[in-house]
Design a protein around this ligand. Structure first.
Ligand SMILES: Cc1cc2nc3c(=O)[nH]c(=O)nc-3n(C[C@H](O)[C@H](O)[C@H](O)COP(=O)(O)O)c2cc1C
Length: 182
C-alpha cells in the first residue's frame, strides 16, 4: 500500500447518479486514511442518491452540486479528481466538452489544466456496447484521462443486475491510480 502523502493534498470525488453512489463514503474514507483532504461533488441527479449530511460530516466540507454564491468560500484546488461512480450520461457529456452542470464545468476545465482525472464507470453492458460510449472512452483516453473500464478495472454487468456489483466496485483501484499519477 502506498505511504500516506507527506503534505495535505486535495481530492475531488465526483459522484454521478448510478447505483454505488450511495456507498461513496467508502472511497472518502479510504482517501482520508491516506492523508487526502476530500471535497465531494455531485451531479444534480446524484444528489438524491447520496446522504449529503453524512458526507459533510465525514469530510467537514459542504457537498457541492451547484456553482457557489458570491462570497461563499472556494473549494481548495484539486490535486486529482476521481469520478465514481461515473454514468453513461456524464462520461459522454464530458468527452464531448458539455458543461451544463457544476461538476461538468469543474471537470472540463480540470482536464484542460492537466489535473489527473480518473473515471470509474458504473454502466451495464448494453450502455457499454453503444458506439457513442466507446468513442467517449477513447476520446477521454486521448486526453490522458484514465477511464477504468475493462480487465483489471470495472467490468460492465448485465442490464438489470447492477446491484450485485456494489460490493465489488473497485473504489480502491481508482484511488491507487490517482496516487500513482499526481
Ligand atoms: C435507480 C437508478 C439507477 C441508475 N443506475 C445507473 C447506472 O448504474 N449507470 C448509469 O450510467 N446510469 C444509471 N442511471 C441513469 C442515470 O441516473 C441518468 O442517466 C442520469 O441522467 C445521470 O445523470 P448524471 O450523469 O448527471 O449523474 C440510473 C438511474 C436510476 C433512477
Amino acid at each position: 500500500m502506498p505511504e500516506p502523502l507527506g503534505e495535505q493534498k486535495t481530492l475531488y470525488v465526483v459522484v454521478c447518479a448510478a447505483g454505488p453512489a450511495s456507498e461513496v463514503g467508502t472511497l472518502v474514507g479510504l482517501a482520508q486514511d491516506r492523508g487526502w483532504t476530500v471535497q465531494v461533488m455531485a451531479t444534480p441527479a446524484a444528489v438524491s442518491f447520496i446522504d449529503i449530511e453524512a458526507l459533510e460530516k465525514q469530510t467537514g466540507r459542504p457537498v457541492r452540486s451547484q456553482h457557489r454564491a458570491p462570497g461563499d468560500p472556494r473549494s481548495p484546488k484539486a490535486n486529482a479528481i476521481i469520478v465514481a461512480p461515473a454514468t453513461f450520461n456524464s462520461i459522454n457529456k464530458l468527452a464531448n466538452g458539455i458543461a451544463d452542470n457544476y461538476v461538468l464545468d469543474v471537470m472540463n476545465e480540470a482536464i484542460g489544466l492537466g489535473v489527473p482525472t480518473i473515471i470509474l464507470p458504473f454502466v451495464n453492458s448494453a450502455y457499454a456496447s453503444r458506439s457513442p460510449f466507446r468513442e467517449s472512452v477513447e476520446k477521454l483516453r486521448t486526453e490522458k484521462v484514465f477511464v477504468l473500464i475493462g480487465q483489471g478495472a470495472f467490468i460492465p454487468h448485465e442490464a438489470g443486475s447492477g446491484s450485485s456489483g456494489f460490493d465489488t466496485f473497485p473504489w480502491q483501484h481508482a484511488l491507487d491510480k490517482a496516487e500513482k499519477n499526481i
